[in-house]
Design a protein around this ligand. Structure first.
Ligand SMILES: [Fe+2]
Length: 391
């Protein structure tokens, strides 16, 4: 037997009751673990010596990226670390260059807007909810259809893999994320004028931007390619939410992309099915939890609190994340799609906010974590849950 129990276990780990239950794990969520029942929520200290010790967030809609008004501008880094970074692009005009990121693989998440994405492997139309994996070193060009677009860019050092490789071990790969819905770019015949035009390629190399000049367009001269599906797009609304009859599944169960080194997990969390067991042994929502990975969350769509769309949260491994559970209930019929969608990026990289992001950190994170994050997460109106902050 690998799992033991000690002391008083008041109800199942999936349940809800008078105690705060905290899930402690190592290696992100994939290592050994302990589920701890306690009288207080360790996520709510009375004080802290450094702001970096506590979870914090920004509203990405109140900050301006350099590429918003300057077509030659760059995305704005928000969270950076060794081996991963998250940046914001608000490009309103076509890239006057093609771009190559020689440092990192990218997952580009299209939060708002419509774009044409030209790449060395062909072109694709992308829209809000799409995410596109672009491997290191391949050239691309992004052309927004209109101003007002927002792209959240996840840069990772390790190659991006389909999380299908995780699900292979339990044998129902095709019943979870349907990767066959991924769209791959295909070269189309371009006119001589499109091919033979001077092109500047902006190259990100060892942390700095450089440029190369070509007398042709590298996004239009390719006539064909074959190989692995290394550049593709999927849409978050195509990813099913998953749950159990009793409660929540931690984020890596929702992994869509990851690295084989498990240095990051890109999790898509849509609405979860409501558990069918009553309290105290079942609940809806996450327990308090602590692990050794840095954790990032982005609100793409919050039906119950749309003003929180675009909020970006960073949870360091210094203290648990509060969690929030509520009793399960049957959804009304006929069922409808709930427009709740969050991205979660877990990484072994040590991230920190950039100075620009630090300037707009939300005040009072112990309350904001409920009004901006957990409240919408489990379908509880924010005002009703702020009391948990004082628990
Ligand atoms: Fe968390």
């Amino acid at each position: 037997m690998s799992i033991v129990r000690k002391g008083h276990i008041p109800y199942a780990p999936t349940g809800i009751g008078e105690y705060v239950d905290e899930l402690y794990t190592i290696k992100g969520f994939v290592g050994d673990w302990a589920h701890i029942y306690r009288k207080h929520n360790l996520a709510h200290p009375k004080g802290w010596s450094n702001e970096a010790l506590i979870y914090s967030a920004i509203d990405s809609s109140v900050i301006t990226a350099p590429d918003k008004d300057d077509a030659n501008g760059a995305p704005l880094p928000l969270l950076v670390g060794d081996g991963a970074a998250i940046s914001l692009s608000q490009r309103s005009a076509p890239m006057p260059f093609a771009e190559k990121n020689a440092d990192f693989h990218q997952i580009r998440f299209y939060h708002q807007g419509q774009y044409t994405l030209d790449t060395e492997l062909g072109s694709m139309e992308v829209e809000a909810g799409d995410f596109v994996a672009i491997p290191k070193g391949l050239i691309y060009r992004e052309t927004p259809a209109a101003a007002g677009g927002v792209v959240l860019i996840f840069e990772v050092a390790d190659p991006i893999q389909l999380a299908e490789r995780l699900w292979d071990h339990v044998g129902f790969t095709s019943l979870f994320v349907d990767y066959s819905r991924a769209e791959l770019p295909s070269p189309t015949s371009a006119s001589d004028g499109e091919v033979d035009r001077q092109t500047q390629v902006r190259v990100k190399y060892r942390g700095e931007y450089h440029s190369m000049e070509y007398d042709f367009d590298p996004c239009h001269d390719v006539v064909g390619w074959l190989g692995d599906p290394i550049l593709f797009k999927l849409n978050v609304w195509e990813i099913p939410g998953i749950g159990t009859t009793s409660g929540f599944l931690p984020p890596p169960a929702n992994a869509v992309l990851f690295s084989e080194e498990k240095s990051f997990f890109f999790n898509v969390l849509g609405p979860r099915p409501m558990p069918t067991s009553p309290p105290p042994d079942a609940s809806y929502g996450a327990p308090s939890h602590l692990n050794d990975y840095d954790e990032v969350w982005f609100n793409h769509s919050a039906e119950l609190a749309p003003d929180t769309n675009g909020h970006l949260w960073f949870f360091p491994p210094t203290l648990p994340h509060p969690g929030l559970k509520r009793p399960a209930e049957y959804p009304p019929n006929p069922v409808r799609q709930v427009r709740e969608m969050k991205l979660n990026f877990d990484t072994s990289s040590a991230l920190h906010w950039t100075p620009e992001a630090k300037e707009i950190l939300m005040p009072d994170p112990q309350v904001a974590v409920y009004t901006s994050f957990y409240g919408a997460h489990v379908g509880v109106v924010p005002e009703a849950v702020t009391r948990y902050a004082k628990r």
